[in-house]
Ligand binder design. Structure first.
Ligand SMILES: C[S@@+](CC[C@H](N)C(=O)[O-])C[C@H]1O[C@@H](n2cnc3c(N)ncnc32)[C@H](O)[C@@H]1O
Length: 229
């Protein structure tokens, strides 16, 4: 692993992408609406706590807080990242009347109590985690979720049910391009692995293809993942 600060600096890719907040806004709005369709979702409760796990850019934090507010939600939000630099930038975009705490911590070992969160929102984190450490991350999401709580994320997930040679080739090429754009190690993530990780952690999972905003065109590999405790 890189030293945390350099790690974040190198993922500054997203911070420089102006289209990114529109994309995130749509993704968050869709995921929150889906989570809130469950009438017993703990996110409906007035004292709900939400964890933004591996926030990355300040734009992610601001967009997430705005989308919660748009849905009439005013939960206590914990913004967590392994890089102080990511937290510092996010601190600057939080308003005084918002209930936000910042946590410098590793998603593989969350310093948070069991069953205390209604929602864990994370975005594109699993493929940054080396494969051997992923089960610790997903297990900890499940551990900190209250019963009925949900995890929402979007990840680049390879279909690994008998891919053709051509599919294997294009997947490898896309992954190489992604590593180049982000400038950090990105590890392949297969659908069967995500299913196993969520099942082992006791999370019921849904996988949804993501489309290019406003079109019916599916974004290659990118999927929205939802899990419920
Ligand atoms: C998950 S992506 C964030 C994607 C996000 N939507 C954005 O706008 O950047 C990158 C962030 O994850 C953080 N990160 C990487 N590994 C982590 C870990 N083990 N625990 C917590 N945060 C981590 C990095 O420091 C970085 O800020």
């Amino acid at each position: 692993m890189h030293a945390p600060d350099s790690y974040h600096s190198r993922t500054a890719f997203w911070a420089s992408q102006s289209w990114h907040s529109g994309y995130l806004r749509r993704c968050y709005a869709w995921a929150l609406a889906r989570v809130l369709t469950e009438p017993t979702a703990p996110l409906h409760a007035p004292g709900a706590k939400v964890l933004l796990c591996g926030t990355g850019s300040a734009r992610t934090t601001r967009t997430f807080l705005d989308t919660l507010a748009k849905h009439g939600l005013r939960p206590e939000v914990y913004v967590l990242d392994i890089a102080e630099e990511a937290l510092e930038r996010s601190r600057a975009v939080v308003r005084e009347d918002e209930r936000v705490s910042f946590l410098l911590a590793d998603a593989r070992q969350l310093p948070l109590p069991d069953a205390s969160f209604a929602l864990v929102e994370t975005d594109f984190l699993l493929q940054l985690i080396p494969p051997g450490d992923r089960s610790a991350v997903v297990r900890d999401w499940a551990r900190v979720l209250a019963p009925g709580g949900a995890v929402t994320t979007r990840d680049w997930i390879h279909e690994d049910v008998k891919p053709t040679m051509l599919e294997r080739g294009t997947d490898a090429l896309r992954l190489a391009m992604l590593r180049r754009a982000l400038g950090v190690p990105v590890h392949a993530l297969a659908r069967t692995e995500v299913e196993a990780l969520f099942a082992e952690a006791g999370l019921r999972m849904e996988l949804h293809p993501l489309r290019l905003p406003g079109t019916v065109v599916r974004l290659p590999l990118l999927k929205a993942v939802l899990g419920w405790r």
